[in-house]
Design a protein around this ligand. Structure first.
Ligand code: ADP
Length: 392
């Protein structure tokens, strides 16, 4: 099962996108609809609200009088908390039921207007944000019968574009005609979601093909932050560090995000295997980092290796003993490259040359191994950087 979070500001076209995903076969869970269902006449949710806020929040027919309730909670934190304590657990329980009832190979799309505001992004394998320019949203909402003043107030109460961008793995621009965004949805479904789902279910990682070194991408840190948040959540809040070439600003790199997840032992790493696989990072078993410090026992450089299942975002995840030699080496190497422009250039030139040499390879393994001697030789320079507080 693949869990996709879908959000976007009011009037952006979120429902339009959700509808198209449903046509493709997604199981769409509409958070707004569940919020209404849990307070329908006859529910214990509505009964609790009437008890907490008084009978005047009900209309003559016994249904919820929304304006009356809104007037009671508006600007009153305590009242809002009381209301949320009634509705939120019921919405969460119903969401859980619907997810549990979905087929094993379902692509579940959770349509949540307040996904960003509620910090829910790391719960999903992928977050899709629908965007449209403010003017267009106002026109579309007006056509839907919402007065401009009301629309502006509701837009102002929601997260801004910057916060939405920060969590968006996929940014769907719906500023053009509906056809344009629907074509983007079709491509997302066919090129990414279907393969991502089967990869997660079958515990397959996405294969990345031959090594291609690309110029540094300014969006790598933000992408890494999103992936790290998912790994952290799946691993019970353990420490996750972005390492490797994509963590060094300015460095050309293969477009693969590398992370290390800190554990106290490799037994503990093995216990995390299932949770990481379900979160979209299937395990590849035990890995052996090449010993980069003479005299170290090879076992001290062992790790468990995982990789990302998302065909649209290659990830390597090294589960290592936090504070152990391999863990410390990865951090030291990264920080040295971040600090030393000449070392960065030297490494970039080497990578480009090796990638060219391995261009015809099936995968990136031989390429990665061919970098090892330079990396091992760099250990003394990393040590000097730390010892002398200066660059080599
Ligand atoms: P949301 O669910 O994000 O509030 P909707 O999908 O309901 O937004 O879209 C808001 C309104 O704009 C709807 O009436 C919808 O039919 C219309 N709409 C959506 N996308 C477009 C588009 N690209 N061009 C014109 N109108 C659109």
């Amino acid at each position: 099962m693949l869990r996709v979070g879908l959000s976007g500001g009011i009037g952006s076209g979120k429902s339009t996108v959700a509808g198209r995903l449903a046509e493709h076969g997604a199981v769409v869970i509409d958070a707004d609809r569940l919020a209404r269902e849990v307070v329908e006449p006859g529910t214990d949710g509505l009964r609790d609200i009437a008890e907490a806020f008084g009978p005047d929040v009900l209309d003559e027919a016994g249904a919820l009088n929304r304006p009356a309730l809104a007037a009671k909670v508006f600007g009153d934190q305590q009242a809002l908390a009381t209301l949320n304590a009634i509705t939120h657990p019921r919405i969460a329980a119903r969401t859980g039921e619907l997810i549990a009832a979905a087929p094993e190979d379902a692509i579940v799309v959770h349509d949540v207007p307040l996904l960003v505001e509620n910090g829910m992004a790391p719960l999903y394998h992928l977050v899709v944000i629908v965007h449209a320019d403010l003017d267009q949203r106002l026109v579309r909402l007006r056509d839907r019968g919402l007065a401009e003043e009301d629309a502006r107030r509701r837009i102002a109460a929601q997260a801004d574009d910057e916060r939405r961008r920060a969590v968006a793995d996929v940014w769907l621009d719906n500023s053009g005609t509906p056809d344009l965004v629907l074509a983007q949805v079709d491509a997302l479904w066919a090129d990414r979601l279907v393969r991502y789902e089967s990869n997660v279910r079958l515990r397959r990682y996405a294969s990345y093909g031959p090594p291609v070194v690309v110029p540094y991408d300014e969006t790598w840190p933000a992408q890494a932050e999103r992936v790290a948040a998912r790994i952290r959540l799946a691993a019970g809040g353990r420490v996750v560090e972005h390492i490797g070439s994509t963590s060094v600003p300015g460095l050309a790199a293969k477009d693969v995000l590398d992370f290390q997840l800190g554990v106290t032992s490799l037994e503990e790493a093995a216990e995390l295997e299932e949770a990481l696989a379900q979160a979209g990072f299937p395990g590849l078993g035990l890995g052996e980092d090449s010993v980069k410090r003479e005299g170290d026992a090879p076992e001290a450089w062992h790790k468990r290796l995982h990789a990302g299942a998302d065909p649209g975002r290659p990830v390597n995840l090294h589960v290592r003993v936090a504070g152990g030699p391999a863990w410390n080496w990865a951090i030291g190497f990264r920080d040295w490259l971040r600090a030393d422009a000449a070392a960065r250039d030297e490494y970039a030139a080497l990578k480009l040359e090796l990638a060219e040499r391995h261009r015809g390879d099936q995968g990136s393994l031989a390429y990665a191994e061919s970098k090892e001697p330079w990396m091992t030789a760099a250990t003394a320079r990393v040590d000097a950087f730390y010892r002398d507080g200066q660059t080599s």
